[in-house]
Design a protein around this ligand. Sequence first.
Ligand code: GTP
Ligand code: ZN
Length: 319
Amino acid sequence: MIEGIVYKSTGSWYAVKTKDNLTYSCRLKGKFRLKGIKNTNPVAVGDKVKFKLEETADETIGVIQEIAPRHNYIIRKSVNLSKQTHIIAANIDLALLVITLNNPPTFTTFIDRFLVTAEAYHIPVILLFNKVDTYSETEKDEIRYLMALYREIGYTCMPISAKTGFNVDKLKLAMKDKTCLFSGHSGVGKSTIINNLDADLTLKTAEISQQHLQGQHTTTFAEMYDLPFGARIIDTPGIKGFGIVEIEKQELGNYFPEFFNKKQDCKFNNCLHLNEPKCAVKDALENDEIAWSRYKSYLQILEGEEENYRTDIYKNKDS
Ligand SMILES: Nc1nc2c(ncn2[C@@H]2O[C@H](COP(=O)(O)OP(=O)(O)OP(=O)(O)O)[C@@H](O)[C@H]2O)c(=O)[nH]1
Ligand SMILES: [Zn+2]
């Protein structure tokens, strides 16, 4: 059997690329379709598959026989069938969240929800603060503050400018040999950054709409691309964040690393860090060891503001 990675999926057809850089059109062996009850798509971009070649009268197609176990995968709820989930992509090595202060604004709650999801999915993250060429001194201070905040927790932060090319080489180094996923609000510059990484790869960038302070929707299918410096990127048009995970209230604090570090000092081992006595997280908050913005995000997620969560994280721009 031939081994390859799924680079594109349109629902019933898959573009699978082998180590020799050959791309085959593949479909799924029948039984996989029946198995995919919970997922609308049993095979996703990033999946490692094995396939056989079949000759038909006028073409050769691959038939996928096996899917390798996934290191991770990201999902969203199916738009039409609420109980079903749609796998956006699998086997991601690095998630890059592109952040801008304004034009469009990225709020810390959005960043924190993204980070929680990344922790839950076990996907390493880099926070990319883009458009640094546009910031005033005050805004630069704000960026520095945010980067210090997230670095302190342990997240890698990188200021960049897709326009001037500032730190783009550094970004390439961080992405080398990895399958990467770019996320971020519409208009933060994802396509521009990607175009900057590879001039030949012309993903369309849209002029930002001043009226709505939102970018225009330009593409539709999730797709993986090879970059010349040995990285792969998964483009997930229309998906701003990277999906959802069901998180138990008790678990949530574990996905805030700086809360998790304090947790053993809370009086109660099932402390939710709300109003419990002798809570180490609340103490750390009072002592400015934990940022209020992080605590606020924690409370919001805990209270399950489902509506916000939906709009912020995985609302399709088409809808
Ligand atoms: N000044 C400046 N403008 C930038 C930078 N990066 C992107 N832009 C501009 O921001 C606008 C939006 O960039 P896109 O790359 O289309 O943003 P996107 O995140 O791909 O947006 P969607 O495709 O809607 O998700 C474009 O007009 C870009 O030229 C930057 O570093 N500096
Ligand atoms: Zn506590």
